[in-house]
Design a protein around this ligand. Structure first.
Ligand code: 5GP
Ligand code: ZN
Length: 150
């Protein structure tokens, strides 16, 4: 990967699709931009108004991001969610990140999907993504494992 400086100190990469979209090398339907965050329409939307909210800085994985970048990203995601719901008279929305290939991430540049929803649209909630029926008799052990990993 060749780092490419386009936004002051913000590093982008030449071989990333979303870095190319953010820099304008590849056209997109931009809906919002500030110093840290860029938002544009998903080219294959799950519902009308489906928007992708991305940090301008290239991070492949959500856990690589620092607190400040996460705060900016999610504050814009909140604003975009409100705008998208208003613009399409949506009654709700799914807001989420496919984090890593195993979770369905196809473009390795962090992005929050904002997908407006209406009652009766045929879609389901976030647990319809995966349901592996894990054991629920040991929830406290599981909580402890996560606490220890923090
Ligand atoms: P992921 O699976 O990585 O979470 O989501 C990638 C998203 O990017 C997909 O929903 C896909 O439709 C969208 N996408 C892929 N290529 C392009 C593109 O060239 N332009 C835009 N606007 N969206 C894209
Ligand atoms: Zn990128």
């Amino acid at each position: 990967m060749y780092p490419l400086k386009l936004y002051g100190d913000i590093v982008m990469t030449e071989d990333c699709l979303f870095c190319k979209i953010i820099s304008g090398k590849i056209p997109s339907n931009r809906v919002y931009e500030d110093d840290a965050v860029f938002a544009f329409l998903d080219i294959y939307p799950a519902s009308e108004g489906h928007t992708l909210v991305t940090p301008i800085k290239h991070f492949s994985n959500f856990t690589d991001m620092n607190s400040e970048d996460v705060a900016s990203l999610f504050e814009v995601a909140r604003k975009i969610t409100a705008a998208v719901e208003k613009a399409f008279s949506a009654e709700g929305s799914n807001i989420g990140i496919n984090n890593g290939e195993a979770a369905g991430q196809e473009v390795p540049h962090v992005h929050v999907h904002v997908i407006p929803r209406k009652k009766g649209d045929g879609g389901r909630g976030i647990k319809s993504i995966v349901w592996t029926e894990p054991d629920t008799n040991n929830l406290e052990e599981i909580a402890e494992k996560i606490r220890r990993a923090l």
